[in-house]
Design a protein around this ligand. Structure first.
Ligand SMILES: [Mg+2]
Length: 217
């Protein structure tokens, strides 16, 4: 079971597929997040300071210089996701790379965001050339991957920018092939060291080759 009953319900709706499985995060993997979120913040009179790999504590009011508290940050992120179609663009090379991989693998997009934003994200991903099934989760990603893979031993690859999502998947699916990809390069220097076994990729050109290899495509 996924820990999130709504995610489990979404997975149950998918057609059963026995091909190799490729699960993709959305923000910073398929869609740019940080760069457009910084522009969105500017339009709200705020600024993201690249001091550490977190949003809360690093978003300041440009007039007062004061840090926004967790509730204010959550509200800004919610506003951004609500308006994502006005702001977010596809990561360079993502559409072409995933289209090629989709010839031999089941592609599923797994985004950690409130379920209420799923419809808007669906519309936006369709418009940008990502017609693959989209799952939302409000809990850890690992259990969702385990459920998606099903009873078979088919190969699994997972791509995400956030270390704890990659670790969550490794804990749930020990033999999953894990890839870190981050569209906004300046954020990478703020990442904590990644646990062993996670392959860091610079861009979709590099990721696509490595994913095809581990999935046997
Ligand atoms: Mg992400």
């Amino acid at each position: 079971m996924s820990d999130d009953p709504e995610t489990a319900r979404q997975i149950a709706e998918l057609a059963r597929d026995s091909r190799p499985l490729l699960v993709l995060d959305v923000d910073e993997v398929l869609l740019e997040f940080t760069a457009p979120f910084m522009r969105f913040l500017e339009a709200q009179g705020c600024e993201l300071l690249l001091r550490s790999f977190r949003l809360t504590g690093n978003i300041v009011d440009r007039r007062s210089g004061g840090e926004l508290d967790q509730e204010a940050v959550r509200s800004l992120i919610d506003g951004f996701f609500h308006a994502q179609r006005d702001w977010q663009t596809a990561t360079r090379g993502a559409r072409e790379a995933v289209a090629t991989l989709s010839a031999g693998a089941e592609i599923v997009m797994l985004t950690a965001m409130p379920h209420r934003h799923r419809d808007v994200r669906r519309l936006h991903l369709d418009a940008l050339g990502f017609p693959y099934p989209l799952l939302t989760t409000e809990t850890a990603k690992g259990p969702a991957l385990k459920l998606l893979r099903g009873d078979s031993n088919r190969p699994v690859a997972f791509v995400d920018d956030i270390p704890h999502n990659l670790v969550s998947v490794r804990e749930a699916v020990a033999d999953a092939h894990l890839f870190n990809l981050m569209a906004f390069r300046d954020m990478r220097r703020l990442l904590p060291p990644l646990p062993e076994g996670i392959v860091v990729t610079d861009d979709w050109d590099e990721a696509a080759v490595k994913i095809a290899t581990v999935l046997g495509l």
